[in-house]
Design a binder for this molecule. Structure first.
Ligand SMILES: *Cc1c(COP(=O)(O)O)cnc(C)c1O
Length: 354
């Protein structure tokens, strides 16, 4: 028997670990299949990629420059590198993905741009602290603040309102900073706020958005969207140099057409969000469980006794936890069902009985 046939069709574990544990949604899969005929020019010089860029412009109802890269780390790092010189700094939240989960890629691709951390409740930047970080020093010995980076939805499952983003952008502008948005879960934020995507991007002052595809249901890929098109100057060279220019680009770009034109981006985000909301609601009714951050997107952070966390794990559940804090993160995806949620809730109740 060849080894591939021994890979189980259904995994032998239950999970709320990440939205990237989910598969490819039918609309993205279909679009890849549609793109799979005949010979097509390579490196993005093709009709699928052109159409995908156009779909993104229509989605945001504005002209913008769009680039497709393989993942979020590349999108963020290369976008930040495009905005900064090596002696600049990027201000972000202390739990921002660019700080905690990108292995120094933003610093690497910008040749040493420093990341300056700012606190803030529930994953959102405290603008007073941002201003302090900007004005603390203006001398030649300090890495000059150049970019304010926000994550939408945040790493802690909260969502910035359009007003909050606009206020952050105003502050950034006042001090000559550009605004970058890590939108790995941008679609979840749009679904949660029930507004037009422009309201939390270019209309609120965002210069460049890294728009996540993978966690929304695509196989892979993120779009780097420059609303300030001057900032995109020579960006294609950065992508190529970083090994981020797909030769068979159409398979990475075509799914964007499928997702945006079918509306799957929204139904997928809504499904993930509503599962998380249900989960938060159900878990909050269990004695000993505390919801740590208001559930506004597709994740639920809870504090519960370590014994219960361990019991859940022993039952085969996979999720992220934060060593020592007794916290657990449960992440929902487009593929999560209400039944999955009820199954987890039952397992948590049982973990408390053990
Ligand atoms: C998942 C994620 C990314 C992208 O991560 P990659 O693994 O590099 O694709 C970026 N930002 C946030 C907030 C994320 O959660």
């Amino acid at each position: 028997m060849s080894s591939i046939t021994t890979i189980p069709a259904v995994p032998d574990f239950n999970q709320f670990a990440s939205d990237n544990y989910a598969g490819i949604c039918p609309e993205a899969w279909q679009a890849m299949q549609d793109a799979n005929r005949g010979f097509v020019p390579s490196y993005g010089d093709d009709a699928w990629t052109e159409q995908a860029c156009q779909s993104i412009r229509e989605f945001f109802a504005t002209d913008c420059q769009v680039f497709f890269v393989f993942n979020g780390t590349a999108a963020n790092s290369l976008a930040l590198a495009a905005l900064c010189h090596s002696y600049h700094s990027v201000i972000c939240h202390e739990v921002a993905h660019i700080e905690t989960d990108e292995c120094g890629a933003p610093e690497f691709f910008s040749n040493g741009t420093k990341i300056l951390l700012v606190h803030g409740e529930h994953g959102k930047l405290d603008l007073g602290a941002v201003e302090q970080a900007i004005i603390r020093r203006s001398d030649i010995h300090y890495p000059k603040p150049r970019v304010l980076s926000l994550t939408q939805a945040t790493e802690l499952g909260t969502v910035y309102t359009p007003q909050e983003i606009a206020a952050a952008s105003r502050l950034a502008r006042q001090h000559g900073l550009r605004v970058h948005m890590d939108g790995a879960r941008f679609f979840n934020a749009v679904a949660a706020l029930d507004i037009h995507p422009s309201e939390i991007s270019w209309k609120a002052g965002v210069d460049v958005l890294c728009l996540g595809g993978a966690k929304n249901g695509m196989a892979l890929g993120e779009a780097v969207v420059f609303f300030d098109q001057k900032l995109a100057d020579e960006f294609e060279f950065r992508c190529k140099q970083a090994g981020q220019l797909a030769s068979k680009m159409r398979f990475m770009s075509a799914p964007w057409i499928g997702m945006l034109e079918s509306g799957a981006w929204l139904s997928n985000a809504r499904q993930a969000n509503s599962c998380a909301r249900l989960l938060a609601q159900e878990l909050s009714s269990i004695d000993g469980v505390r919801i740590m951050h208001t559930c506004q997107a597709n994740s639920v952070f809870v504090e519960m006794p370590e014994l219960a966390v361990n019991a859940l794990r022993a039952e085969g559940w996979r999720f992220y936890s934060f060593i020592g804090a007794g916290g657990a993160r449960f992440m929902c995806s487009w593929q999560t069902t209400e039944e999955d949620v009820r199954h987890l809730v039952e397992a948590v109740r049982k973990a408390f009985r053990e």
